[in-house]
Design a protein around this ligand. Structure first.
Ligand SMILES: [Zn+2]
Length: 79
C-alpha cells in the first residue's frame, strides 16, 4: 500500500466502512509514513469536531475540500 492507496481509503475511513484487513494495511503504512499520519490526524480531528457539534456526518462540501487538500498534500510530498 502506498500514499495514493491511503488517500483512496480515507473516504471509506470517514464513514467507518473500511474493511478491517485494509485498515490494518493502512495503519501499517501510516506507522512508517509521517505524511499519511498527519493526513489521518487532520481527518480524525475534523470527524471529532463534527461529532462534538452533534453532526453525525461531515458535510459533503467540507468533506470534498478536506479530501482534496489531503490528496494534494500527499502528492506534493511524493514529488
Ligand atoms: Zn503515505
Amino acid at each position: 500500500m502506498n500514499c495514493e492507496d491511503i488517500v483512496k481509503c480515507l473516504s471509506d475511513y470517514i464513514d467507518g466502512d473500511l474493511p478491517i484487513e485494509i485498515l490494518e494495511q493502512a495503519e501499517k503504512h501510516m506507522a512508517a509514513c509521517p505524511n499519511c499520519t498527519t493526513a489521518l490526524h487532520t481527518l480524525q480531528e475534523t470527524i471529532e469536531a463534527y461529532r462534538i457539534s452533534g453532526k453525525a456526518r461531515i458535510a459533503p462540501e467540507h468533506r470534498a475540500s478536506l479530501l482534496s487538500a489531503i490528496h494534494e498534500a500527499v502528492q506534493h510530498h511524493q514529488d
